[in-house]
Design a protein around this ligand. Structure first.
Ligand code: NAG
Ligand code: NAG
Ligand code: NAG
Ligand code: NAG
Ligand code: NAG
Ligand code: CA
Ligand code: CA
Length: 580
């Protein structure tokens, strides 16, 4: 038996051995909200460790954790105080090592969020930089600013704006200089033009690789480098006005300017390629599975594609594709979705080892089930059945919804920096509420009634335990999807897509020679349609079996139905297999 298994693996391997992450399924955890083990109302590492089996149950290969490093939590961990320490609310280094050990036993890879663009202003590095102590004096972007000739007052060196509104320059009284912060004032930007910063950050990556992590998700990559200061004046150029001024009238808003000097600088790509080399070298030196990089960059498609590599050098394994978050919405048609998908495939490098990826939600965006009313299953179906890597934000598998949080209770710094009239547009709190495990106190997230953000008010009707017990639920659909995803037709097959019925329906066939033929039918419209699947795909037989379908759909899993009169109901998605 053992010999047989080895031979089989070898036989597949000799054709095209897939590395663990290729075509993988990934899950994002927001550690504060996943599971609280000690009743303080805040999620923690031991909480995550107690739920590792759940990741297996929902078919995840890897889990990436939003930041867990020591932080004053102005931006909930996206402001790092110490890159080598665990944030005390989340546990100890021992807890982390235990998590890694247990995750290995269960067979789930752990990936850490790495926030390179800035540290916290409470970082020792920044404190030493303020005091001008070498080598930290040049670890951040400091500048004298300009003296206004009329008022004789100091002004920031340039008009650059923070992503969290207002000037990106903050005056420091001690150092008598401005420092750059592309995000909150408490998040000073690191100076990547200083080789010591580059070296130090590599040491940090190696530190965590040595602890056994399987890779990194790298935050806000486009913001790493700014244009070099003018060698003579030491000044920085102003950024021009947004080319569509009417889209952004408020001069304090980040969008007011076109960020040609503070984002997407060419040096950024090189940095990512260097980090990839570091991961490869670590594997060579220490063995084990491939350590991967996932990169977060909200930028143009050609820029995102550059993160994959440049033909000579490899870069990010998974440069996040946010197009299905940012370029479509609840009113988008099947054609809109298909066009976005096609754009990505057209832009991707022509290399069989490069994979598409699809992200449907994250901690910076509103919940999938709220963006797509009644269509959470359909969207998850799209995510799980397209070729490439799938990335799921915690709770989307049970269709968790946004929880409205009023101004008084809002804690997200991005919303708090906005005004009471506009805060909800900026707030990311509604999508960060505690995970809904069951119907007990605080949805089984915590034994404490008080949690750092309130539990969604619908938790007694919508939680993992209920959905696990129900024969038909979002979770059951999700589990069917992740299972069928392992079939060769989904892993290695072709994907032929068509938009039919006046742009109402996206239909596609996943097929690998010698394996089952699958068809995915997604009705993005509010029109009920009856379709003939054979009109789109003549090789599909008269009868198809339902693999899984949206919970509001007319069919039942396992049912065999007529492919020539298929009921493609409004807002419903279905995966079928051709019955021979
Ligand atoms: C890039 O990655 C591919 C696929 O993993 C590999 O075959 C190739 O050798 C790598 N290229 C370099 C320059 O490392
Ligand atoms: C990729 O390669 C295939 C086959 O060699 C070719 O038909 C296709 O046009 C190429 N696509 C791009 C974007 O270069
Ligand atoms: C679509 O069909 C469902 C189920 O039969 C029904 O509830 C709904 O009203 C129909 N919608 C339209 C627009 O006809
Ligand atoms: C794109 C982006 O804004 N990414 C992150 C960069 O850092 C800020 C501040 O820490 C985070 O809030 C963002 O999510
Ligand atoms: C493109 C389209 O018609 N989309 C509709 C799909 O159905 C939802 C819910 O009924 C509508 O809100 C969308 O406008
Ligand atoms: Ca806790
Ligand atoms: Ca920067």
């Amino acid at each position: 038996m053992k010999v047989f298994v080895v031979l089989l693996v070898f036989a597949i391997g000799s054709v095209c051995a897939k590395d663990w992450w290729e075509g993988g399924n990934f899950y994002q955890i927001y550690p504060r909200s996943f599971k609280d083990s000690d009743g303080d109302g805040i999620g923690d590492l031991n909480g995550i460790a107690s739920k590792l089996e759940y990741f297996k149950e929902i078919g995840m290969d890897g889990v990436w954790l939003s930041p867990i490093f020591k932080s004053p939590m102005v931006d909930f961990g996206y402001d790092t105080q110490d890159y080598r320490e665990i944030h005390p609310e989340y546990g100890t280094m021992e807890d982390f090592e235990n998590l890694i050990k247990r995750a290995k036993e269960v067979g789930v890879k752990i990936i850490l969020d790495f926030v390179p663009n800035h540290t916290s202003d409470e970082s020792e590095w920044f404190k030493k930089s303020i005091d001008g102590i070498p080598p930290y004096d040049d670890f951040y972007v400091w500048n004298d600013g300009i003296t206004n000739p009329i008022t004789n007052k100091k002004e920031p060196p340039s008009n650059w704006l923070s992503a969290f509104r207002y000037s990106a320059w903050q005056w420091n009284d001690v150092r008598q200089q401005y420092y750059l912060h592309q995000f909150a004032i408490q998040q000073p930007d690191l100076n990547y033009r200083n080789p010591l910063v580059v070296k130090e950050m590599k040491e940090v990556l190696k530190f965590w690789l040595a602890k056994g992590v399987s890779g990194f998700r790298i935050d806000a990559v486009p913001f790493m480098f700014e244009i070099e200061a003018d060698p003579i004046t030491g000044g920085y150029p102003n950024e021009p006005r947004n080319p569509t001024p009417e889209s952004c009238p408020d001069s304090n808003d980040h969008c007011y300017l076109q960020h040609i000097y503070t984002q997407d600088q060419p040096e950024t790509y090189d940095m990512v390629y260097q980090w990839r080399e570091l991961c490869e070298q670590f594997k060579k030196d220490h063995g084990g599975d491939t350590r991967i990089l996932m990169t977060e960059a909200y930028t143009s498609l050609p820029n995102i594609i550059r993160y994959y590599g440049n033909g000579q050098r490899n870069g990010s394994h998974i440069p996040f594709n946010f197009d299905l978050i940012t370029k479509v919405n609840g009113a988008s048609t099947a054609k809109d979705f298909n066009d976005r998908i096609q754009e990505w495939f057209d832009a991707m490098p022509n290399d069989s080892r490069i994979y598409a990826n699809w992200v449907m939600g994250n901690h910076d965006n509103k919940r999938l089930a709220s963006r797509y009313k009644n269509r959470a299953d359909l969207i998850n179906m799209l995510l799980q059945t397209l070729p490439g890597v799938a990335v799921t934000y915690y709770g989307e598998e049970i269709a968790m919804e946004n929880q409205y949080i009023d101004w008084e209770h809002t804690v997200d710094t991005q919303a708090c920096n906005a005004d009471p009239a506009k805060f909800d547009d900026y707030s990311r709190d509604p999508a960060r509420t505690p995970f809904q495990w069951d119907s007990s106190t605080s949805s089984g997230f915590s034994t404490n009634q008080d949690t750092w953000l309130p539990v969604h008010e619908n938790y007694k009707k919508n939680n993992v335990l209920l959905q696990k017990r129900a024969p038909i639920s979002h979770l059951q659909v999700f589990k069917k999807l992740v299972k069928v995803r392992h079939e060769p037709s989904f892993q290695e097959g072709t994907c032929i897509r068509k938009v039919i019925q006046n742009d109402d329906i996206l239909i596609y066939k996943r097929e690998k020679a010698g394996s089952d033929k699958y068809v995915v039918i997604l009705n993005f419209s509010s029109n009920n349609r009856t379709i003939n699947i054979q009109d789109s795909f003549p090789t599909i037989s008269n009868k198809v079996e339902i693999i899984t379908t949206s919970i509001n759909g007319p069919y039942t899993d396992g049912e065999v139905v007529d492919a020539t009169k298929f009921n493609a109901q409004a807002n419903v998605g279905t995966v079928v297999v051709s019955v021979n």
